[in-house]
Every structure is written in C-alpha cells, then in structure tokens.
Design a protein around this ligand. Structure first.
Ligand code: GLV
Length: 310
C-alpha cells in the first residue's frame, strides 16, 4: 500500500514542502489538506490543528508532526495514546528565534525603548552605557530554542544564565534547574527571556511572585506562550518599576482585543506572534530525516514526551 504524508497547515507553505518531498521521497504520496486521498494510506500527518476525528479518520496513522515549535495546541487526551507526536525543530525556526530575541535583548540593553520615549518628548539625554558583560540575561527554557539563543548571547559577551525544570549544560552559561534554583536565577537576571513551553506547570508562571524576585527595572522578553503571563501582574510590575520594559510577542488571547491595556502601554512593545516561523524548505528536510529515523526504528528529533507535555 502506498504511503500518504498529509499536510494540514498553510497550503502555500505546503506546496514548498511538496517540492522537497517530490525530490527526496518520490515514493511518498504528499497531499495537502483537504485533498486527503485514501484515508487508510495516511501514515503521517503534519498539522497545526489536527482534525478532531483523527483516530477514526486515519486508522493507520503512525506519527503526528506539529507544523510549529509548540505542541500546546494539541489536545493530547483526544489523540491515540501510543501515537508519537513530534515538535518542529528545524534550522529556520531556530534562526528566526535567535534573531528576534537578540534584537529584543540588544534593544533593552542599549535603552532603545527609553530613547524612543525621549524622542517623543524632544529630549536629548544620553544614558550611561553598560557593556554586555555587565548585563545578565536569563533565559527560561533550555530546549533547542533556548540553547541557540544563549549561544548567540554568549557570543555577544552577555553574562548569561539559564533555567529549566531539569538539569542542562550550555557552554558559557550558568545553568539553574528546578524550583529550588529559580530564586537565585531571578535575582541575577537583568533581562529575562521566556522560552518555556506551555504546560500545566508553566501556565501563569510569569506572575507577581516571579517578578518580585527580579532586580529593579528588569527587562522582559516574552516569546513563550500568552497564557504563561499574568497580564495584571505585568501591569503592576511596570507600574512599580520592577519591570522597566516588556517586549511581548505572545498574548492571551491572540489577537489581543482592541481594548486591552497592553496596546497603548508606553513600556510594552508588542509584535503579533512573529518571533519565529517554520521555514517550509528546511522543515520538510528535517521531517524527511525524521521519517528515515522512524522507519529505521531510531529516535526522532523533537519527539514529545507526552507525560511532560513538550
Ligand atoms: C510558533 O509559536 C510555533 O510554535 O511554531
């Protein structure tokens, strides 16, 4: 029986995936939703939002690939329990995140938001310049994105720290692990970057208690997921001066409703969830590499631990 790889995400990007599949894996019948062909032939699905009746509709499905870095949009309870789920870890999405976070961190580090405010007031006022070595940047989340971001920040000379649930080692970075080591990590962090996955334990993670442990005037760069941030607590932390400026690429909900206070806050800098995106050509290559691993019984890059949720 022929194997179908079904793609259910933006069709224009899907056509680029199709080119890579045609070249590298001509035996696979690559199809773009809703042109599913024979559902019994669908062994692989790449989707942002899989269909609700996935298990009954595709009885021979063997792997579900997320078309993005996150998998929090999946309802794990409705997926067949043994179905392997794979996050998108591909060079394009990693580079995009490195660019966005580096830009945001450098902007905060060099007081760009303050200069923009001063310009609006016609105020010519130089602020003291600190070197990167004097600025501690702390990254929450040490997965492939967090590690790549840190590698760049280390190269720029920042004093870098990282925190994650489990112990990691990253060259040039002081790594902290678990709840016990979170206070020490926060206490030294002048610019906090959130790259955590959204799980039950990270929902509401960026709250008043966490902000209160940062040094006065700390910067925030939030590129995780909107529900990790307690909006009212951020507004209070900005009001008190605990947080100086916040760069937010994710909100809850998205898009942010027009009346939301974040839109007009002078110390909040919003982008519409564009920090990074899967790049179709490199993503298709990585997925094909993963299919080879799967067929050979080897571990796939980005395989999700469903008990952990990422
Ligand atoms: C974007 O947020 C993604 O998960 O790829």
């Amino acid at each position: 029986m022929k194997t179908t790889f079904l793609y259910k995400s933006d069709p224009a990007r899907g056509r680029l995936w199709a080119e890579v599949f045609r070249r590298r894996a001509p035996d696979i019948d690559f199809r773009i939703w809703p042109d599913i062909g024979d559902p019994a032939q669908v062994r692989f699905l790449a989707a942002w939002e899989p269909p609700d009746d996935l298990a009954t509709r595709f009885p021979n499905l063997q792997v579900l690939f997320s078309s993005g870095a996150g998998v929090d949009q999946f309802d794990f309870a409705s997926l067949p329990p043994a179905l392997p789920v794979v996050r998108m870890v591909e060079p394009g999405i990693v580079r995009g995140m490195v660019e966005y976070v580096t830009h945001a961190v450098l902007g905060l580090h060099r007081d760009m938001p303050q200069y923009r405010r001063q310009q609006q007031e016609g105020l010519w006022k130089p602020l003291p310049v600190r070197t990167a070595r004097e600025r501690c940047v702390g990254v929450l989340g040490l997965g492939s994105l967090g590690q790549a971001v840190l590698e760049q920040l280390v190269a720029l000379g920042f004093d870098c720290a990282g925190w994650s649930r489990s112990r990691h080692e990253v060259a040039g970075v002081q790594c902290h692990a678990g709840a016990d080591e979170l206070p020490a990590f926060l206490a030294r962090t002048g610019i906090l970057v959130c790259l955590l996955p959204l799980t039950d334990s990270t929902r509401g993670f960026l709250d008043a208690r966490l902000f209160s442990q940062l040094p006065e005037g700390a910067g925030l760069v939030h590129v995780g997921r909107g529900p990790q941030l307690v909006d009212a607590d951020l507004l209070a932390a900005l009001e008190s001066g605990r947080i100086g400026d916040a760069v937010l690429d994710v909100t809850d909900p998205e898009p942010l409703p027009p009346e939301h206070a974040f839109w007009r806050h002078p110390r909040i800098h919003l982008t519409p969830h564009i920090a990074s995106m899967t790049q179709p050509l490199s993503a298709a290559e990585v997925v094909l590499d993963n299919l080879e691993c799967f067929e050979a019984g080897k571990p796939m890059l980005g395989l999700v631990d469903r008990a952990r949720g990422y």
